[in-house]
Design a protein around this ligand. Structure first.
Ligand code: ADE
Length: 258
């Protein structure tokens, strides 16, 4: 996969794209990530990338010409094949794991990082294929959102992570992760649950599934609406609910007079 990032702050990308899993994926040529300075695609003496809004108003708007020129340059360089041209904007569709999985199948992504009060509307009209937000809050620009998108998508590029990691993680199965522990077995009087050191794989599997379901019921019950639940899951959920009820009545014995 090839990802081209268009920004007026290319230096912001140095550390996130060179370290850790993304850096290794680039070294191994599993993904090609290029960062282009939009300013280099201006044609005026002062390399201006923004201007005042027509009709008045506060803030500056990113000019269309350098963004079009930069995009056309990278499309040409990539051989002119199909590409997703993505504008990072709080007005876009909110990024989620399904979207990430689909984008990871693309051959070429161009990511435009908006700045200031916005981007000239003609960029949206005639260039952009997708508008993506990373959440309902406003950042100072699209650079951090672009890093989030690149990181999330790179994990799904074949060969970057081992298959098991992707299958077992949160959201892969539609529910939250089970709790994980590592050494030491006891830390500040908090012990690792016995079942995890029992060596009984079936017991461990069942314990983990129950913990994942309990956590999801507690923190993100909405997720349980959208996932297919096995018979075992339904039984585990019943068990969790019964245990919760028993805990509640134990905590508040006054209930027995209700
Ligand atoms: N630019 C500014 N805020 C943003 C957000 N929440 N998502 C994507 N791009 C943005």
């Amino acid at each position: 996969m090839r990802i081209d990032i268009l920004t007026i702050f290319p230096e912001m990308f140095e550390a996130p794209l060179s370290g850790s899993i993304v850096g290794k994926a680039r070294e191994r040529r599993l993904v090609e990530i290029n960062v282009y300075n939009i300013r280099n695609f201006t044609v005026d003496k002062h390399k201006v990338t923004d201007d005042y809004p027509f009709g008045g108003g506060v803030g500056m708007i990113m000019k269309p010409e350098p963004i079009f020129a930069a995009t056309e340059h990278v499309l040409h360089e990539a051989g002119g094949g199909p590409a997703r041209i993505i504008l990072m904007t709080p007005q876009g569709k909110t990024l989620d794991q399904d979207m990430v999985r689909l984008l990871a199948k693309e051959k070429h992504m161009v990511i435009i990082c908006g700045r200031y009060e916005g981007v000239d509307e003609r960029v949206r009209q005639a260039l952009v294929t997708d508008e993506i937000s990373i959440g309902d809050y406003v950042l100072t620009g699209g650079e951090l959102p672009a890093m989030v998108l690149v990181d999330a998508v790179t994990r799904f590029v074949p060969g970057v992570l081992c298959e098991d990691a992707l299958v077992s993680e949160s959201f892969a199965s539609g529910i939250l992760d089970y709790p994980q522990y590592t050494r030491p077995r006891e830390f500040r009087e908090m012990a690792v649950p016995d079942v995890l050191v029992s060596g009984d794989h079936e017991k461990v599997r069942l314990w983990r599934r129950k913990q994942a379901l309990a956590r999801t019921l507690d923190l993100r019950p909405d997720l349980l609406e959208g996932v297919p639940l096995s018979r075992e899951d339904v039984e585990l959920l019943d068990e969790i609910k019964r245990e919760k009820l028993a805990d509640l009545t134990r905590e508040d014995p006054g209930n027995e007079y209700d």
